[in-house]
Design a protein around this ligand. Structure first.
Ligand code: UDP
Ligand code: MG
Length: 306
């Protein structure tokens, strides 16, 4: 059986069209399947629409979370619930074309565990978004040993053993793209063209994307922390040399009390470096803090099934 996991947050405008297209594809596939929608605390009519879908179609299951937890956690909830031999994670907004699913299934039959859809073009997204995302992937790939494929999202098929591996990762700060890569297992890409959103609007803004990038960096590399010791060490060394020079200079030539520019530059520079690294420490500490609380990832309000 195939489980399709669909996180949905305020998607009332696209759900019917999504349902129509994906059932068309799935019925053509000839495999038994379940469609697991995770309602991530939507404030519009998403839940009501999903309920009516589940009344019409007994392959539809709706997991209604107790509030909005964010896409990564909604996907995790779907993964915990899915019973299929293979699961497909797909967005509700039709940016991930359901028509690609047969190609994913074919690679699964060829023995791959993690078949990720790789976008070769993205229509309907701004130049800034494309560039920042391009830079982010190169940056994070340069910083960690884990091979996080560029230009992929959550749209993918995972085999049962890959899903079981994923379920064993207990972290609360879930940078899914990193986690999919971290579990290992044979992986392969299937290329597709990313369409613009069918309707509705994206839930991402640059602030969220920035935090998402921080999440990825802090959960998959300690290089920023190491940088703190190296740059700190280097700056301390320079400060020491400069101090020695000042002492010698004062002893040999006397001191006519100038030095305001060098003083202020040094103070500002050291202050700046310290603040940056306190900030980096804070990012890691904050995440360590949220991990130690060991809170459950999510709560389910109700599960709707015919
Ligand atoms: N989503 C979610 N919870 C959220 C935000 C988004 O479940 O807090 C879902 C959303 O309904 C969609 C998918 O995640 O199915 C991708 O969201 P979106 O299209 O806004 O992201 P983008 O495609 O712009 O990266
Ligand atoms: Mg989208």
């Amino acid at each position: 059986m195939l489980s399709i996991i669909v996180p949905a947050y305020n998607e009332e405008e696209v759900l019917y069209e999504f349902y129509r297209r994906i059932t068309g594809v799935l019925e053509g596939l000839g495999l038994p399947y379940e469609l697991v929608f995770v309602n991530d605390g939507s404030r519009d009519d998403t839940l009501a629409l999903l309920e009516s879908l589940s009344r019409q179609d007994d392959r539809v299951v709706v997991i209604d979370l107790s509030r909005n937890f964010g896409k990564e956690i909604a996907v995790s909830a779907g993964i915990d619930f899915a019973r299929g031999e293979a699961i497909v994670i797909i967005d509700a907004d039709l940016q991930d074309p359901p028509e690609l699913i047969p190609a994913l299934v074919e690679q699964w039959r060829n023995g791959y565990d993690n078949i990720y859809a790789r976008r070769i073009s993205r229509d309907g997204e701004s130049i800034i978004k494309k560039t920042t995302s391009f830079l982010f992937y190169r940056f994070i790939r340069g910083m960690t040993q884990i091979d996080i494929p560029a230009d992929t999202g959550d749209f993918r098929l995972l085999s049962r053993r890959a899903v079981d591996a994923l379920k064993q990762l207990p972290e609360r700060n879930r940078f899914m793209k990193g986690l999919y890569a971290w579990i290992g297992y044979p992986a392969i890409a299937v290329d597709y063209k990313r369409d613009p959103r069918y309707a509705g609007e994206t839930k991402w803004n640059y602030w969220k994307l920035w935090n998402f990038a921080l999440e990825g960096i802090t959960s998959f590399t300690e290089i920023p922390l190491k940088l703190a010791s190296y740059i700190g060490g280097f700056v301390a060394f320079m400060a020491f040399c400069y101090g020695a020079y000042i002492i010698v200079d004062t002893i040999v030539f006397g001191n006519d009390v100038a030095g305001y520019p060098s003083l202020i530059v040094t103070i500002l520079f050291l202050g700046g470096i310290q603040l940056i690294f306190i900030g980096i420490l804070g990012e890691y500490l904050g995440r360590a803090f949220s991990e130690t609380k060991r809170r459950p990832l999510y709560f389910v309000n109700k599960i709707i099934k015919k």
